[in-house]
Design a protein around this ligand. Structure first.
Ligand code: HEM
Ligand code: HEM
Length: 215
């Protein structure tokens, strides 16, 4: 039997998300060729040479910057709604974070009514976005180092490295939760096709589901 579906992510949100995912992964692997000599030996042959890896890194950096800006212009309202939700962190989000470890390990738990993004997704939004913005800012300073004071350029190297590690850890956890994790697998289709099953939405995001079905 076909189950009813509800719209979760617009075309522009999906374009921004998957565009960012592809550019993030290419930036990560090209960046890692320069990070440590051991990683360099393993990864550099994939790109031909250090010079090619560095050039790909810079081209991808431009797409990594432009893609979210295009989505922001196309759907400014959706962007504002996302951040309004992220910063409306309340008691139910804290309750969610308390039961989440049990859900993660496969136990059935009652999820307190969540808005469009649950407590964990709100934290992911803040940490990942902040690290990506810092990666971009420090990256451009390193790229055009002659235009900036030497002291600032020096700081940007550790900032770029630390943000890379932080964002990569978040993305690994996030990618697993958004794809193979049994409890949240349906959310992948939300980001892929745009819609999710109504019963999943009602269970995982009751507050949001009630709002969208009412309107
Ligand atoms: C707008 C975004 C970005 C810009 C402008 C940028 C720019 C740069 C530049 C100029 C370098 C110095 C090496 C070179 O000349 O090739 C670099 C290194 C590096 N980048 Fe990026 N980058 C960006 C985003 C990212 C992202 C998203 C990641 C990973 C998630 C990343 C990972 C790295 C790593 C691991 C290094 C090597 C750092 C080291 O040698 O310690 N970058 N980046
Ligand atoms: C293969 C890798 C990835 C998969 C499978 C994936 C999957 C998903 C899914 C299914 C959602 C929607 C969750 C919901 O229903 O609310 C989502 C949201 C999101 N994704 Fe990804 N994603 C991946 C990579 C990335 C990367 C590389 C970034 C950023 C650098 C990112 C940033 C976000 C953000 C900020 C959200 C909204 C907040 C949240 O739901 O956690 N994702 N992702």
């Amino acid at each position: 039997m076909l189950k009813e579906r509800v719209l979760r992510f617009s075309g522009s949100a999906r374009f921004a998300h998957w565009g960012h995912t592809i550019t993030f992964l290419v930036l990560l692997f090209t960046g890692l060729t320069l990070f440590t000599p051991a990683l360099g030996r393993v990864l550099t042959p994939l790109f031909g040479s250090h010079v090619t890896a560095s050039s790909i890194h810079k081209v991808m950096a431009v797409f990594f910057t432009i893609i979210p800006l295009i989505a922001l212009v196309i759907n400014f309202k959706g962007f504002v709604e996302w951040w309004k939700d992220v910063f409306s962190f309340g008691a139910n989000d804290i309750k969610f974070l308390m039961v989440f470890p049990l859900e993660f390990f496969g136990f059935h738990v009652e999820i307190p009514p969540q808005s469009k993004f649950n407590g964990g997704e709100k934290m992911n939004s803040v940490v990942t976005t902040t690290s990506c913005v810092l990666l971009a800012l420090s990256g451009y300073v390193m790229w055009f180092k002659d235009a900036f004071p030497a002291g600032l350029v020096q700081w940007c190297y550790p900032i770029h490295g630390i943000c890379m590690i932080l964002a990569t850890c978040m993305v690994c956890m996030h990618a697993y939760l958004g794809s193979f994790h049994p409890g949240s697998g349906e959310s992948f289709w939300g980001m892929w096709k745009g819609t999710v099953r109504s019963d999943w939405a009602a269970h995982h995001h009751a507050k949001w589901y009630n709002e969208v079905t009412k309107s």
